[in-house]
Design a protein around this ligand. Structure first.
Ligand code: UDP
Ligand code: MG
Length: 342
């Protein structure tokens, strides 16, 4: 049975379902997304809101959100003061949504609105988290399919947190799970990993990913690499530990070489020739050393970010999102670590 289905007041302050949509330069997509969502949600007979998060767009995205809000007060919007990135925009939306269940999805219609009722059905069966897995069709490039599969296999191996290839930020979170997740004050919160980590009864819905309706992807190759590294360094210390392994291995090789050199000089009577080989070995070891210093620096950088405790996002304008949400922002946007005392 669906909870609270009688409550369908158009401008309900406490809707049952919230849809959170981060949008960065998505002017061509929002009204189409709204129309399709409106159609899909009307089959549910439950009150709903859509929370668009304008992540510092430079096109007409914010004006589109405002006019959609004027047309239908169930459409609400927050505008971030600049581009904070997809994950932070998502957290901004999740902390401003007020529904008993909150669904996050992309603005470009790659996450099909007709799948939303299926997620809600799974929630009504008692699942606190409903994840989605993309069924890779021709709309997804071979490169994306392959990198996604390889990355999540590596991620699961390094972190012990199982994520399937093709899982994205299209999911439903029950209020209880969402409130728990919003307690995590990490600056670099990796939602895909945290959602697995928190547990709770969950289920998976498969969907056919559509192609982007309008505009271009905002995830450049560089951004994808950054995101991938962010995920691994949030969940695993294995890259640091690889340094220990390689250190031990290279010390072993060095020890054997010294032993061999001494043995050839004093037992056989000839010195080991080879300036070139020594330089090659030294250069190789320095290379390894610097590579691991870089890994270490990355983790130290993460610590600095966490300790600074800057807000994860700043909201510059709101449309239909009230004072209570403003208080939520202040609490949720802070990445302050309460255990840290300078
Ligand atoms: N997005 C965002 N801020 C960013 C980059 C992306 O809010 O800095 C939003 C974007 O508008 C879209 C979603 O995140 O709604 C996913 O981005 P995109 O479709 O470009 O990624 P892809 O599907 O190509 O991986
Ligand atoms: Mg997309």
């Amino acid at each position: 049975m669906r909870p609270n289905i009688s409550n369908t007041n158009p401008a309900d302050e406490h809707p049952t379902l919230s849809i959170v949509v981060p949008a960065f330069n998505e002017q061509g997509n929002l009204s189409k997304l709204y129309t399709e969502l409106d159609g899909a949600l009307s089959t549910l007979y439950m009150s709903w809101e859509i929370v668009f998060v304008d992540d510092g767009s430079t096109d007409d995205t914010w004006n589109d959100i405002k006019s959609l809000h004027n047309e239908d007060p169930r459409v609400r919007g927050i505008r971030l003061s600049r581009n904070f990135g997809h994950q932070h925009a998502l957290i901004a939306g999740l902390s401003n949504a007020v529904g008993d269940a909150v669904i996050s999805m992309d603005a470009d219609l790659q996450h099909p609105p007709e799948v939303v009722p299926l997620l809600v059905d799974e929630w009504c069966k008692g699942n606190k988290i409903v994840k989605t897995v993309r069924v890779d069709g021709e709309n997804i490039s071979v490169f994306k399919k392959l990198t996604s599969k390889l990355y999540y296999r590596l991620f699961s191996y390094l972190s012990g947190v199982e994520i399937q290839g093709g899982m994205a930020d299209f999911r439903l979170l029950d209020r209880q799970a969402l409130d728990d997740i919003l307690q995590f004050k990490e600056e670099g919160l990796f939602l895909r990993g945290i959602v697995q980590w928190v547990g709770y009864p969950s289920s998976i819905v498969k969907f056919n990913c559509r192609s982007r309706f309008s505009g271009q992807t905002k995830y450049t190759f560089r951004k994808m690499l950054k995101f991938a590294w962010h995920g691994i360094s949030s969940f695993s210390l294995v890259p640091l530990r690889i340094g220990i392994l390689i250190g031990l291995l290279s010390s072993g090789i060095a020890f054997v070489s010294v032993f061999y050199a001494i043995l050839s000089k004093w037992v056989v009577g000839s010195a080991v020739p080879g300036w070139a080989s020594s330089v090659a070995i030294i250069s190789f070891l320095f290379g390894v050393l610097f590579a691991f210093l870089a890994v270490l620096a990355e983790y130290v950088g993460r610590i600095v970010e966490e300790v600074r405790g800057r807000p994860r996002f700043l909201v510059s304008e709101r449309e239909g999102v009230g004072q209570s949400a403003r208080e939520a922002d202040n609490a949720m946007s802070s990445a302050e670590n309460t255990n840290f005392r300078p």
